[in-house]
Design a binder for this molecule. Structure first.
Ligand code: FMN
Length: 409
């Protein structure tokens, strides 16, 4: 893919109840500067009319292999030329079977077979259809052929059953597609991310922690990986699944997080310090469970090492991005923290806007001032944060190293 800012996608819609979600996906792609052309199978048109997609995209919907409206008379060739990817969402069990075996008996399947671009499919079907060995065999064939499979998810199904086979939500599909299409500006780069809370032991069972869910840090790690980076994610205790796209280091305490960061920071090009690391830790955790008594209990705390400040001071260290969660005076506290730690960029939010939530609303502070990002899912905010950091990093001379790496590969 080149450096064009506008991407082009052919959205294929096949015959499943979830076809209505493709309309929302088309809108979301358009809102994100992706040009969309839609092609539908005959069964797909039974669920949502082509008129809906034509109205949304402003372009006629292709349904007919023999459509004389294409200059060359070969819609199946013209449709996939000049697009960055074909995305089939929803992809029916039948359509996956046809793709896996190279069948070309309608416009969409013929276009997929004749494509000169990547293919992404988002399966959606009843759970028994999904579990059927034939479907699983077809998926294995498609994976082997380099087709990207998006989802499906588990949950309530239109047929009333519950299980695997739901189409991913339009927002999830959007993120996966944008990830796929995003220029690999971090190819050859190492990115280190910390995420989640830490847990500071008071005794063998109790400890001091905080309400950080880890979602923002995990989203930053995923966004950097989508931009081609080699990502290491150092995470405190969270309930999130380890991301497949990053090297994962699980830690508990602030001291363990410091050790893990020290082990990786030297090789990192960028460091995103997203974790809510404890500022204080019990000076002498008890070696056994503290027994209850009627007396007041005092726990002496000592300050922990400031991980971000330490990495920021490393000679030749990574480009550092800090995060500040405040409950008031956001701009003042965030800029003061950025200057004190001598870091080029800090992302600030109000705790009441972020902790434990799926969405976030942040402001980026750098030498140039404040850059507010509107409220959005954490995955979208993460992408904008990483893009901002990469732009600053490249402006400081990160780019030449990237060019060298590219030439060598
Ligand atoms: C009401 C209804 C809902 C259906 N939903 C699905 C579905 O969600 N997923 C699927 O794979 N097939 C579903 N089917 C079956 C497909 O529409 C059928 O296999 C069709 O031949 C698919 O054609 P296509 O792959 O060319 O679009 C459904 C059929 C009906 C009648």
């Amino acid at each position: 893919m080149d450096d064009r800012t506008t991407r082009r996608v052919l959205l294929g819609v096949t015959g499943g109840v979830a076809a209505y979600k493709a309309a929302e996906l088309a809108r979301a792609l358009l809102r994100n500067n992706v040009e969309v052309r839609v092609a539908m199978t005959d069964a797909g048109t039974r669920f949502v009319t082509p008129a809906t997609f034509q109205a949304l995209t402003g372009r006629p919907v292709a349904t007919d292999l023999w459509d004389a409206g294409f200059t060359s008379g070969m819609a199946h060739i013209e449709l996939s030329r000049g697009v960055d990817a074909i995305v089939v969402a929803p992809a029916s069990a039948n359509f996956l079977a046809k793709l896996a075996h190279g069948l070309a008996d309608d416009l969409l399947s013929t276009t997929c077979l004749a494509r000169a671009c990547p293919l992404l499919v988002a399966p959606a079907m009843n759970r028994e259809m999904w579990d059927n060995p034939a479907t699983q065999r077809n998926l294995a064939l498609l994976r082997g052929d380099g087709v990207a499979i998006l989802g499906p998810a588990a949950g309530d199904q239109a047929c009333g059953e519950v299980g695997m086979g739901r189409l991913l939500e339009p927002e999830e599909l959007l993120q996966a597609i944008l990830d796929f299409l995003s220029p690999k500006r971090l190819a050859g780069r190492k990115v280190l991310v910390t995420a989640g809370p830490t847990f500071e032991a008071i005794d063998t069972v109790r400890g001091i922690t905080n309400q950080s869910s880890g979602r923002m840090g995990y989203a930053i790690a995923a966004a950097a990986a989508a931009m081609g980076a080699d990502v290491t994610l150092v995470s405190g205790p969270t309930s999130l699944p380890p991301p497949a796209s990053a090297h994962f280091v699980y830690v508990t305490s602030a001291a363990e997080m410091l050790n893990a960061v020290n082990a990786h920071a030297g090789a990192a090009d960028l460091f995103f310090s997203v974790a809510a690391v404890a500022d204080y830790t019990p000076e002498a955790p008890a070696a056994r469970k503290i027994k209850k008594s009627g007396e007041p209990l005092e726990i002496k705390l000592r300050p922990t090492v400031d991980i971000l400040a330490q990495v920021a001071r490393m000679p030749g260290g990574p480009f550092c991005v800090g995060f500040a969660a405040e409950s008031e005076n956001l701009a003042e506290y965030a800029q003061a923290k950025r200057r004190k730690k001598a870091i080029p960029m800090i992302v600030a939010n109000l705790v009441q806007h972020t902790v434990g939530r799926e969405e976030n609303e942040v402001t980026i502070y750098d030498e140039a001032g404040a850059h507010a990002l509107a409220r959005a899912p954490k995955s979208r905010i993460a992408r904008a944060i990483v893009e901002h950091a990469v732009a600053l990093f490249e402006a400081r001379g990160g780019a030449p190293r990237l060019a060298t790496v590219k030439q060598a590969s």
